[in-house]
Structure formats: C-alpha cells, structure tokens
Ligand binder design. Sequence first.
Ligand SMILES: [Ca+2]
Ligand SMILES: [Ca+2]
Ligand SMILES: [Ca+2]
Ligand SMILES: [Ca+2]
Length: 376
Amino acid sequence: MRYSLQLTVAFLAVILFASTATAYDYTYEHDGTVYEFDYGYDPAKAMPSTGGNMYYELARDPAYMYTGEYAGKYEYYFDLYTTGGTFYLTDIVGLDNGKIANAQTERPGGGTLNTQRWGDPNGMYDAWPASTGRIMDMWSKSVNASQSSASAFDYWVSSYDDGSGGWTGGGLGYSWAGTDNPHSYAEYVSHTWWPGGEGVWKAELTGPGQPVHWYYTQFGIVPAEDTIYMPGNCLYWAPSGATGLVLTLRVIYDDVIDPDTIGWSMNATKQYDILGNFDVSEPFAGDCDLDGDVDWADYQALEVGFGVGTTWAEGDFDGDGDVDWSDYQELEANFGAGTSGIGNLGSGEPVPEPMTLSVLALGAAGLLASRRKRVA
Ligand SMILES: [Ca+2]
Ligand SMILES: [Ca+2]
Ligand SMILES: [Ca+2]
Ligand SMILES: [Ca+2]
C-alpha cells in the first residue's frame, strides 16, 4: 500500500513536470499577436504597449506566502528595465495601496512621512501634503549620497548599494535582512549622472488627488487612483545607451493581482502593460507536499509535524507558526480535494470519505491526548 502510494506520487510528479514544462516563462498578447518571453532583459519587450524604451516586468511568477509575517498574502516582484531611454519617474497604478502589506505608513521617528519633494526653491516643505506611505522593499544600484536631502525626503531607507558592492538597508526602523531579492547587485545598471550618483529614490504611496511630487505639481498631474511612484532623478539624465535592470520593487499584497487592472506610467494613469505571468498557484490548506491534493501523504506529514512543526510542509496551514488542532481541521475540511487530477488547483470539490476522516479524527485526537499527557 505504502509502496504503491509512493509509486503513484512519483508517477504523478513526472506527469506534472512533463505537462507544465514550457519553453517560455510567459506569454504576452497584444493586438492579436502573442509574444513568448522569458523573465529578464530583452529589448524586444520594449514596445509601445509596454513603454517603448523601457518596460516593467515581474521578476518571477508571484508566490503565495505560506509562512511568516505575510502568511496568506501574495508576493510580487516588479522589475523596471530600460533599453536606453530616459525618464524622470515612473508609477505603478491601479493597486489598492491599502492592501500592500510591506508598506510603512507611519514615520518611525514621529510626525508624518515626508513626500518626495524636489525643486522647491523656497524650502516650503511643510506646504506639501504628507506621504501616505512607502514600500519598504526596493532595490536599485545607486543611492543618493546626500544625507541631508535623503532625510528631508524620508527616503534613505530602502535597500541600496552601500558603496562596497553589496546591498544594505536599515534606518527609520526598517531592517533589510530577511527580504529576498531574486536579483544580485551585479544585475543592476548604474545611473550616475547626477552628483552623488542618485539612483531611484523610493517607492512612495499616494492616493487619488494627491499630487505630492514636484513634477506632478509642475505639470498638473493629479493621480486618479492609488499610485506607487518611484522618482528617479538621475534616471531622467541616464547616460545614453544605458540598458538593463534599473530597480526592483517587492509588493506583498492581500489579494491576487489581476494584471488587467494595473499598469505603469509616467503620469499616474495606466499607460502601459506590466509583463509577466500573474497566475498564482494557491494550494489547498492541507496540501503539505504541494502536489495538488490533500490525501493520506499530507495527513502523515501533519501527523509528524503535529505539536512540533512550524512550516507549511509540516502542517502549519494557517501560518501562525505551529501545527495544532486548527491546522488539522483545515486538512480535514479539504481532505480528498484535488484527487480527481493533478493540476486542478482550485477546482476540486472536497470528496467526503467518512471512513477515512473518522480514522484521521481518531488519530489526531489520540495525538492530542498523548501530547497533553506528556505535558502534564
Ligand atoms: Ca498533497
Ligand atoms: Ca498526494
Ligand atoms: Ca498553525
Ligand atoms: Ca495554532
């Protein structure tokens, strides 16, 4: 029985691998043409519908967060590439900024978060509206060397090049450690025209009707939707021909993001598409081994992890760092789901199997009792 189960799992794994292996990471359809792309730099991705001389792309497929402080949410990495063009700032538009979990909305040092002001000859910073927040996980190769302006604008905080060729971060209550940029420092291109070598300043959150940036104000741009904007002073004067990866932005979002509802631009409206595969494989609670079903093998994994496990694979489906009765109940509720076929994530109806479930319940109850005894 056990042997045949392993055989079956192995067989299904082979099928799964074979059926999902494709030559490209994702496809992009526009005006009836289907493009096939891999993640990364490719000048062919820069087209009118994606920005012309630059483009935004996911760094990789989005991921469901199984554990940790963002358990139950979704992780997206947005990359900005340039093919040699220049720009002043960029926006990602159409997200609900209230659903961005890795945003800082209060200034750790007190007071309100300053906005990304520049070109204000009178220093009337107080006249500018406060920022509604900023995203804490952002990488670019350069950083503004001017600490006075950095603190004035509240942006000396994102992950940045510390001058020694690596990443650093910190400040204002934020610790960079633990983030997971899929790129290395060496993958980013430098934009160092501006004295001090500023790169991208920060990812600031603003709401509808809040033209917080000097550029917006000068040109009468008023965002109609929630916006993440990334001013990049030197990017505007980027050396002609500079190409490659400019910045990466990590967004932890409460929901799955529909790519049709978002876009990027330089004027706070959805001008261009964001490339990438936005599909998220969200597992059944109970699917310890992430093979698309909730079955006996998953139960056994939970059994081993019961009372001691801390990860999804060990049975922590609710992401609270333990494997206990509530996790077991989630498995029980989904037991049998997905057994009709691998790759049917999200479509499987739980299959009632009273005999098996009662056995499971007895087993879990027994476990619980024995552990209570041990504690007592
Ligand atoms: Ca499973
Ligand atoms: Ca299975
Ligand atoms: Ca748990
Ligand atoms: Ca618990």
